[in-house]
Design a binder for this molecule. Structure first.
Ligand code: ADP
Ligand code: MG
Length: 449
């Protein structure tokens, strides 16, 4: 296997295990400089990236390379500008959609939209019918029907895809309209910069001239009051001028802690639509669409094996496919069903997919916007008691931890507290649909924190 191919295959897999943002930050312009006598030297563009790869990602890089080529015994990193050249020169290339490098180049600077996301390649099923129909209606006639449109759902279920599809359709049908797609973290950092540089007026003008403003992952605005205030003003100005606002979040407005009341009620004034989990048929349809995009043929049996095993995250569904495709291309022949299974088992059981007490605690804290140590306090405040009970529930339910262990993990509580918490949540789940949904969202987070 050529070193370029090896690195492409490794990158394809790394991308599945870390966030998109981390991937593009740390793996951009990297390549394999040399490979001999079991030692691989990876070129990185700067010493900062070198440090990160060495300290944070060495293990995963090594494991992946080793799994692709058993001869590899050691990985080293060196600063060099050659990485990019390697990638571009490489004769082997992954399907375009997997090449973040090139994908990023295509993102429109003005609108921030990625043309890859369209309604045409968005598969509709019972789980996303409503948000899709609402999004379509909004794109056909922005600013009139559902304003704002608020779409929520768990990680990797198509929120960004749907939001961007609206933007892409609007610029196509109404070239004169100004569309802006802004991840809410970007909105926040723009506000911070504008305040620091005394350029708030520019910032305001810029956003208020927009016809369609799309803010992705709005839960990240929680707790950032100044940003929320600016957003509120922007929102009102646009709303009064009948401009379209589209928002996404990983949970409904009422479940975003530290969202100012007036912003929340603004969100609730429009259309709220949630994306659930795709059923088996839709998962199959998505896999087929993606396989077609990647110009690859896979037996029905393989697709159905993937669709049966990955149920809650479309990004992972796609990731499994990417991995198979990479494998198939590297080995130059289709995988038989047995080999497919064993390869997929590795993905499904990779460390990132295994839940641990630490991950559960971190996910619960993140979901409720608390510090991990808050969960260990003895506070009786509901904002804390509830998340603490949910953490204990998950420790029991998903990890089968013993009650004394759970008590200890949660800041030295008595085992009876653990029993009580578990049973309380269990009972409530029988009747409380919202709680069920909340816990599912946390489970999703467990795998991404
Ligand atoms: P989210 O923003 O909810 O985390 P994304 O929109 O980033 O999820 O979707 C994750 C991946 O799954 C993307 O590559 C996207 O194209 C794909 N995807 C999600 N939903 C669908 C769908 N209904 N049809 C086709 N692809 C989808
Ligand atoms: Mg997203």
């Amino acid at each position: 296997m050529l070193k370029e191919e090896l690195w492409q295959a490794a990158l394809a897999q790394i991308q599945l295990n870390i966030s998109q943002a981390n991937f593009s930050t740390w793996f951009k312009n990297t390549g394999i400089l040399s490979q001999k006598e079991g030692e691989v030297i990876i070129s990185v563009p700067n010493s900062f990236a070198k440090e990160w790869l060495e300290n944070k990602y060495n293990k995963i890089i090594f494991n992946l390379l080793h799994s692709l080529d058993e001869e590899i015994k050691e990985v080293k990193y060196t600063v060099s500008r050659q990485g990019l050249k390697f990638l571009k020169k490489s004769s082997f290339s992954l399907p375009e959609s997997d090449q973040l490098e090139f994908q990023e180049l295509k993102i429109d600077k003005e609108t921030n939209l990625n043309p890859r996301y369209t309604f045409e390649n968005f598969v509709v099923g019972p789980f996303n019918e409503l948000p899709q129909a609402a999004a379509w209606a909004v794109a056909k006639d922005p600013g009139t029907i559902y304003n704002p449109l608020f779409v929520y759902g768990g990680v990797g279920l198509g929120k960004t895809h749907l939001l961007q599809s609206i933007g892409n359709m609007v610029i196509k049908s109404f070239p004169e309209k100004k569309v802006k797609y802004v991840p809410s973290e970007k909105f926040t950092s723009e506000v911070v910069t504008a305040i620091k540089n005394h350029t708030m007026e520019n910032f305001k003008t810029k956003h208020r001239e927009t016809d369609v403003l799309i803010i992705d992952d709005v839960q990240f605005l929680a707790g950032k009051e100044k940003t929320q205030e600016e957003f509120f003003h922007t929102f009102n100005t646009l709303y009064e001028r009948n401009k379209q606002i589209v928002i996404s979040s990983d949970r409904p407005p009422k479940a975003i802690p530290a969202l100012t009341e007036r912003l929340r009620s603004r969100f609730e004034g429009g259309m709220i639509a949630d994306i659930g989990y795709p059923d088996f048929e839709t998962r199959m349809a998505i896999l087929k669409t993606k396989a077609q995009e990647k110009k690859i043929n896979l037996p029905e049996e393989t697709l159905s094996y993937i669709a049966s095993n990955i149920q809650r995250n479309i990004r992972e569904l796609e990731g499994a496919l990417t991995r198979l495709v990479a494998h198939q291309k590297l080995n130059n022949h289709p995988l038989d069903p047995e080999a497919t299974k064993s390869l997929l088992k590795k993905i499904l059981l990779s460390p990132a997919k295994i839940s641990t007490p630490k991950k559960i605690i971190r996910a619960v804290a993140q979901f409720y916007d608390l510090k991990e140590k808050n969960l260990f306090d003895s506070s009786r405040k509901r904002e804390i008691v509830r998340p603490r009970q949910i953490a204990m529930y998950l420790l029991r339910e998903d990890l089968k931890s013993s009650y004394p262990f759970i008590g200890r993990k949660m800041g030295g509580k008595d085992h009876t507290t653990a029993i009580h918490s578990y049973e309380k949540i269990l009972k409530e789940l029988e009747t409380n649909e919202n709680l069920k949904e909340e816990i599912e969202l946390i489970r999703q987070l467990v795998f991404s924190v």
